[in-house]
Structure formats: structure tokens, C-alpha cells
Design a protein around this ligand. Structure first.
Ligand SMILES: [Fe+2]
Length: 574
């Protein structure tokens, strides 16, 4: 049985394919379109999934879409009337829900068949149920508490549930316009980071300041006794005007959400590119701390309600790896699972799993331990790409390959590492990565000068052989998807300065031998030469979505100052 899961007309649109309940391929549409967070209909990701599985649209039994325009319909109407929401916002939403309802039409255009020829049954799965399923059904837990928390989707921003075997029981939800995600986005915009998905910059900035503004923030968002929160509408435009979200050219944009009251409470907003002053940094620290506190508040209450020790977390806010790293220490939960794509892209998988497990009642499949569901390139494709561009290359056996690459890393080389299937989710996990020796003090400057040219305050992350996590970090858990930030042991700070953030933390990936054999081998050989079981891993891109195909990797190599590009067993060197 084939289920095609899609996230469409929403940020980070994506597609996945389930064969008898198992995810066999998945990709974000942005990887093909080359526009970050691409938000229309994921036609190229869908084509990739079907081609990869060697099937046609007629072989697909079900299509799931992680939106349900009918969900919370009466609440939407009530909100619209009560708040006299602007007409444009109502019209936009109406047009969007019409698009969501026309999946068959979209598919028939892509595959050039008539609508009646598509035999697949279409299921609209509500947004947060899709998030929830993407976490719980992918985890190994038989029973677990679940939290989905984001900006909003289908008029909801937060949902709690209990998962038992192949069933999900929703407990509570917080409806739009109250939203922790919107709160974080608003501060992100106020601090001069206006692009969709810029929240991680505020998270990266937070360790440089002091949490001086917690009191002020508590007048903007208030924790409630029922274990949730409310926003003070004086501070947010979206209560009245809705959220003006657009994706005319594919890239989502969100209009400013903050009102004048922010400037009365703090000071004036920062414009993109203005100097970052201490006030901005302290506000970033405060919003990060405050958000963590609200998450712990929700989770502590959820633990009390469910009496369960395991938690599955998902939704855009669950991409906050700093908060994730603190959850087990700050709440009564003892085990947790976060999927590789906790953000909206992951709802394609979630909607498909929700149908398979919860609606059709099929048995759960084993835990999803990998994120390598994306596009793969054959050696033939790589060679033909290089020959077309007239680039000199060498093809070498594994023994020589791993030795040469680890030696080049030790000598200070910046390496583009392109192997196997691309990652599904926002993090490069050693299949589409740029790698550097983490012991180099100058690695950050080197990378920013040679490739990334990004804000100097943002940290780079370590990939570490799983067995050595406890030697380098205070916490000792598996972190397969770089979904948590941990404290690096003090005595190790000077050994791996390039991946130690200013507050002594690192957003690690624990690398498992079975799941990432080639990446594991490379780090092992680097360890044999240096005594350090870690590599600095940053995504293979330069102000663009992560590279997907060989020509994108090659272009990135050619226009930057990378020292070596390795695609499967092929080496290109400067
Ligand atoms: Fe979402």
C-alpha cells in the first residue's frame, strides 16, 4: 500500500512516500526549487518520491495533506466576527483553503492525467494531528505524552495528546491567535531579523546577553493555571489584522506582527543590518529564557495530567534545540523523542502516518532513526556533471578516500562532503555537509570568509561519534538529528573551540555506525589521526537551500573557497 503524504501551501512544503507504513523517501520542495522554505504545491518533491520508488501516480492508494480547512471552522468564524478581522485576511484564507481542497486537480496537472484517472483517496489531516503523528508514530514509545507547538496551523498553535500504540487521543489545544511561536517570531522581527525562519538567529544570539527583560515579557505573554498561556493582544497585530503571509515567488514572507506598544515597552525596533546593541542581545536572551520557561510550564502540567514519563515533541517551536536540550532536566519527563523534521515539512510524513496508524488502524513500524530520505546521486550522474563542466576529478577506493579526506581535514582543509541520500529536515547530518577540524580556533572566521558569510555570533555544530558523547558533554543522550543543545564539559572547551558556543554549549549530532556508516568512518579516521572524535559540521550551502544534486554541490564548491569536494568516491581538489 502506497501513501503519498504532502505539506502544501504552507511554509516548507514537502512530500513523502510510505510503503506499507514505512517511510521510503521524503524531501522538502525547497531542495528542488532552490528557494528557501518554498511554500506552494510540492510538485517536484512528489515527482521525486514516485520516481525514486519506481511507481506512477496510479499506484498510489492514498494521498494525505496536512491541512484541513474544515477544522475549527466555527472558531474561525467567531474570531473573525469578534475581532472584526480585515477582509483581505479572510479572502486570503478562503483562497488558500480552496487550494488545499483541490489536491486532485493539482496532481492531475502535474502528471497530465484527468482527475477521474487518479484513483487515490484524498485525506485532509488537521495540521497539529499531523505534527503529533510525525513524532509519536516515528518514536519507539508504545505510550507517550505528546506536545505539538508552533506558530499556528488550522487555527491552532498548541496541542497536547496521549499516544497509545496506533492511537492518538487529543487532550487540549490552544487556538489562534494565542501562540508561543507567534510570540517568538514577533520578537525575532522586532530584533531586525525579518525573514521567514530567522528565529534560530535569536536563539544563537541569546547566550551573549543577560535575561534582563523577563518582567516586561510577562506582560506580553502570560502563563495560565491550566498549563498553557495567553498573549496580550495590545502587543500583536494579528488579533485584528490576521497574519499577512505571502509566497508569491515561493518564499514565504510574514508582515511585521508587533504593534507600537513594543516600542513603548522597550525601545525602538532594530532594522535589518543595524548594529546589534547590548539591549537587542539582552532581549534575545530574555525571549529565549522566557520561551523555555513557558515550554517547561506546559510540559510539567502535561506530565501531571498524563502521569507518563515519555514525551514526543514536534512543531516549529520544537526546532528550538536549546530548549529541547533542557527539557529532561527541567520537567519530570525521563525520555523524549523529536523527529528530524519537527517543523512543517515533517507534517507530510505525519499526515501519512496518521492515516496509516490511527485511521486505518495498521500496526506501527519500527522507530524512524534516520533522516536520510532525500535524493541520491549515482556515480554516473556525478561523473557526467563533472565532465560537462570540464572539472578534473579522481575516483578512489574507500581506503584511500577516507585516509585522504581525514588527512586534509587535519591539515586545515574545508571539505564539501556529499554522500548518499539527502537529509529530510533542516539539518545537514553528514550527507550534505561542509566539514572542518573542530580544534581550529580560527574555524569560524575561516568558514565565514571562505563560504558562509553569515552573522559572526552564530555558532557551528559538532558531529560526534556516539560512544564519545559522555566524554565531551555533561548530558548523555542520543541526538541523531542535532535537535538538542548540550553543555560541553569545561575541560573540553579548549580542545574543540570551533564548536563550543560562547556559553560553553554545542548543538551536537551523535553519529551512529549503522545509520551513518560512511560519516562514522570518516570521523573515526579523523579521530585516529588527531585523538578528537568530532568534526565541525555545517550545512552544504551558501545562502540557499542545502545542495541536493551534484551540480549544486559543484557550483557551491566553484564559487566559494572550499578546498576539497568529495561526492561518493570522487574527489575534486583545489
Ligand atoms: Fe506547524
Amino acid at each position: 500500500m502506497y501513501i503519498l503524504g504532502i505539506n502544501a501551501f504552507h511554509g516548507d512544503s514537502s512530500a513523502c512516500l510510505l510503503k506499507d507504513g514505512r517511510v521510503i523517501c521524503a524531501s522538502e520542495e525547497e531542495r528542488f526549487r532552490r528557494i528557501k522554505h518554498w511554500a506552494g504545491f510540492p510538485s517536484q518533491a512528489i515527482k521525486f518520491c514516485l520516481e525514486d520508488a519506481g511507481i506512477s501516480i496510479n499506484d498510489v492508494d492514498y494521498v494525505t495533506i496536512s491541512r484541513n480547512p474544515k477544522a475549527n471552522f466555527s472558531k474561525k468564524i467567531l474570531h473573525t466576527l469578534k475581532n472584526r478581522v480585515g477582509l483581505k485576511s479572510i479572502f486570503d484564507r478562503f483562497m488558500n483553503s480552496k487550494k488545499v481542497s483541490s489536491v486532485k486537480g493539482q496532481l492531475s496537472t502535474i502528471f497530465n492525467v484527468s482527475k477521474s484517472d487518479i484513483r487515490a483517496k484524498i485525506h485532509n489531516i488537521e495540521h497539529h494531528r499531523s505534527h503529533i503523528a510525525s513524532s509519536f508514530f516515528a518514536s519507539k514509545f508504545k505510550k507517550s505524552a505528546i506536545l505539538s507547538i508552533d506558530g499556528f496551523g488550522d487555527f491552532t498553535s498548541t496541542m497536547t495528546a496521549i499516544g497509545t500504540d496506533n492511537n492518538i487521543e487529543v487532550l487540549d489545544s490552544v487556538n489562534y491567535p494565542h501562540s508561543l511561536g507567534v510570540f517568538y517570531t514577533t520578537v525575532t522581527q522586532f530584533l531586525g531579523f525579518p525573514n521567514y525562519g530567522d528565529e534560530y538567529k535569536v536563539m544563537g544570539l541569546a547566550p551573549y546577553g543577560e535575561a534582563k527583560y523577563l518582567k516586561e515579557l510577562s506582560s506580553i505573554i502570560e502563563k495560565t493555571a491550566d498549563g498553557f498561556f495567553v498573549l496580550n493582544k495590545k502587543y500583536f497585530k494579528h488579533f485584528k489584522e490576521g497574519v499577512a503571509m505571502d509566497w508569491e515567488n515561493g518564499e514565504p514572507t510574514v508582515d511585521f506582527l508587533y504593534t507600537k506598544s513594543w516600542e513603548e515597552l522597550f525601545w525602538k525596533s532594530r532594522k535589518k543590518g543595524d548594529t546589534l546593541e547590548q539591549f537587542h542581545i539582552d532581549l534575545a536572551t530574555s525571549v529565549q529564557r522566557f520561551t523555555e520557561d513557558v515550554i517547561f510550564h506546559i510540559l510539567t502540567k502535561l506530565h501531571e495530567k498524563t502521569g507518563l514519563d515519555t514525551i514526543c515533541i514536534t512543531g516549529g517551536v520544537a526546532q528550538n534545540s536549546v530548549a529541547n536540550g533542557k527539557i529532561l532536566a527541567n520537567t519530570p519527563f525521563k525520555n523524549m523523542y523529536v523527529p528530524s523534521a519537527g517543523h512543517d515539512a515533517g507534517t507530510s510524513i505525519g499526515s501519512a502516518l496518521y492515516l496509516y496508524n490511527h485511521i486505518l488502524g495498521k500496526e506501527r513500524m519500527p522507530e524512524i532513526k534516520t533522516a536520510y530520505f532525500g535524493r541520491k546521486a549515482s556515480e554516473k550522474e556525478i561523473i557526467s556533471c563533472l565532465e560537462k563542466e570540464g572539472v578534473k576529478y579522481e575516483k578512489v577506493e574507500d581506503d584511500i578516500l577516507f585516509d585522504r579526506v581525514s588527512t586534509r581535514l587535519k591539515e586545515g582543509g574545508v571539505i564539501g562532503w556529499f554522500q548518499g541520500r539527502a537529509e529530510f529536515g533542516p539539518r545537514a547530518l553528514g550527507h550534505r555537509s561542509i566539514l572542518v577540524d573542530p580544534s581550529r580556533k580560527d574555524a569560524k572566521d575561516l568558514l565565514n570568509e571562505k563560504i558562509k558569510r553569515r552573522e559572526s555570533f552564530r555558532p557551528f555544530a559538532p558531529s560526534i561519534l556516539e560512544e564519545y558523547v559522555k566524554e565531551y558533554f555533561i548530558q548523555n543522550e542520543e541526538v541523531p538529528f542535532m535537535e538538542k543543545v548540550f553543555d560541553i564539559k569545561k575541560e573540553k572547551h579548549s580542545i574543540i573551540p570551533a564548536v563550543t558556543h560562547v556559553d560553553g554549549t554545542g548543538r551536537l549530532q551523535s553519529v551512529n555506525k549503522e545509520i551513518s556508516p560512511r560519516y562514522y568512518r570518516l570521523i573515526s579516521e579523523f579521530y585516529n589521526k588527531t585523538g578528537i572524535p568530532i568534526l565541525l559540521n555545517t550545512s552544504f550551502n551558501e545562502n540557499e537551500p542545502i545542495v541536493n544534486k551534484p551540480e549544486e554541490a559543484l557550483n557551491c564548491f566553484l564559487r566559494t573557497k572550499m578546498d576539497m569536494l568529495v561526492m561518493e568516491n570522487i574527489i575534486i581538489e583545489r
